[in-house]
Design a protein around this ligand. Structure first.
Ligand SMILES: Cc1ncc(COP(=O)(O)O)c(C=O)c1O
Length: 466
């Protein structure tokens, strides 16, 4: 396949999506929504799965009750998975079993319910450890989400290891939750944030990253898979280079752990974070992986019950990790739900999920190129470049939020629009916002086809006002 690399947008193009699509067009859209008129026959062309060759998407869809509904009069096409994934019935059942059958606090009671809740909670920790190949389940700290896990490292490790003039290396493509905690800590200690730009293929420039590393570098905090560009960073190489100058590596694996085999020992990551809700698990739970010697050397992040060894009136001693970092009653049912999500994903196999998604993601990319005046961000897929199964894009002279609203209201297609918590990256790309379609293993080519039909219809609708 020959794919032309999209050009950077012209200044006029950038202006065109800094404000929403003109009010005349929006007024027409409102009228259309009100009357609930179909802009075309797209919805009558909705593709159905071919029963002869069931894909992973076709075989797993039945496990997700939420996908089988109509939204705004159309069959739901949920392709906002980079924001959050849907939950299989097995995960919902695990939550229900906990609340109906053995709801109790963990690590505190000696009664049956508490012992059972504690067993299941700790079993979930072991499942997370095995899933990412941590050598010891004590290397897994449950947090509220990936954001809290990054804050934990920034405040606990950062405040005790960073000093004036030390450097923290990031890329311009990091999620806000991987930038702001380091800004806050750097401001406190006088450390410096160094940002690596993109190369000409719109991938964070790892040659520049290698160049920027020095004895001043204390931590490299980078994503594994970009939630906007769909690019994948070579973490093992980055860790090797960082360790060569004595720096630590924190991997934001929010968009990789749900979609591929992630092996922390193979990557040689010092810290790695992810959120349960993006990997078929409940919201309100995420985790931090940290090498045991690092976690053991770190002071507490939050104080309270569970994280102490002994408390006196004037001081306290602290528990060993992971308890040291889990102050207060944790999200017990949610951790157990995450364990169920891991069982579910492992039952399918992460390699099978990854291979299916690479194929589906390439299909999405290729089909999107059929839309006139589209600009897809990130590298073009090729034999060498495997994109994640998401595409962020803009269509000339259309605001992505108008596009996403029309897709939802007229076609039942759920995509994301905005800056995807990556404002610096959007600024670098010369735009305020983009639309993003992101797939998961339960999506099918029919979902992609239906989205593309709907997108063509959306673009024609808005263009008809010009
Ligand atoms: C790459 C990346 N990092 C971090 C986050 C933050 O995840 P959470 O909001 O679950 O903490 C996200 C979520 O969108 C993400 O995509």
């Amino acid at each position: 396949m020959e794919v032309l690399l999209p050009k950077l947008p012209s200044p006029s193009y950038c202006r065109s999506i800094t404000t929403r699509t003109t009010s005349r067009v929006r007024a027409g859209f409102r009228r259309l929504s009100y009357l609930h008129v179909r802009a075309s026959t797209v919805n009558q062309e909705v593709a159905e799965p071919t029963l002869s060759s069931p894909s992973l998407g076709h075989t797993t869809r039945p496990h997700f009750p939420i996908l089988h509904q109509e939204v705004n009069g159309s069959k739901l096409v949920y392709i906002d998975n980079a924001a959050t994934s849907q939950k299989p019935a097995a995960v919902v059942k695990a939550l229900q079993d906990y609340y109906e059958g053995y709801n109790s606090n963990v690590h505190r009671g000696i009664h049956y319910l508490s012992a059972k809740a504690t067993d299941e909670y700790e079993s979930a920790r072991r499942k997370v450890a095995a899933f990412i190949n941590a050598s010891d389940s004590r290397e897994i700290v449950f947090t509220r989400n990936a954001t809290e896990a990054i804050n934990l490292v920034a405040y606990s490790w950062g405040l005790s290891n960073l000093k004036q003039g030390d450097e923290i290396v990031l890329t311009v493509a990091e999620h806000h939750s991987a930038i702001v905690p380091w800004q806050l800590v750097a401001q406190k200690v006088g450390a410096v944030l160094k940002f690596v730009n993109l190369n000409q293929d719109e991938i964070p420039d790892i040659d520049k990253l290698k160049e920027v590393l020095s004895k001043k570098t204390k931590i490299v905090a980078v994503h594994h898979v970009s939630n906007v560009l769909a690019s994948v960073l070579p973490i093992r190489d980055i860790a090797h280079w960082a360790h060569g100058v004595g720096a630590k590596v924190l991997v934001d694996a929010c968009q990789s752990v749900p979609h591929m085999v992630v092996d922390v020992q193979n990557l040689d990551a010092d810290f790695l974070v992810a959120s349960s809700h993006k990997m078929c698990g409940p919201t309100g739970i995420g985790f931090l992986y940290g090498k045991m010697d690092l976690l053991s050397s770190m002071p507490p992040f939050l104080g309270g019950g569970e994280m102490i060894s002994d408390v006196y009136l004037d001081h306290s001693t602290y528990a060993e990790p992971p308890s040291r970092f889990e102050a207060g009653t944790p999200a017990i049912g949610e951790a157990i739900g995450l364990g169920a999500a891991i069982d579910y994903l492992s039952g399918i196999g992460m390699q099978a999920i990854h291979e299916y998604e690479v194929e589906l993601g390439t299909y999405l990319y290729e089909r999107l190129l059929s839309v006139p005046n589209i600009r897809i961000y990130g590298p073009a897929p090729s034999k060498e470049v495997k994109r994640a199964s998401l595409c962020s894009f803009n269509v000339d002279n259309l605001h992505p939020t108008d596009l996403a609203t029309f897709l939802d209201q007229q076609h039942g297609v759920a995509i994301r629009s905005g800056h995807h918590c990556a404002q610096p990256l959007h600024r670098y790309l010369g735009v305020n916002a983009s639309a993003r379609a992101s797939l998961y293993f339960y999506n099918t080519k029919e979902d992609v086809d239906n989205f593309i039909h709907a997108l063509h219809d959306t673009v024609s609708f808005f263009n008809s006002f010009k």
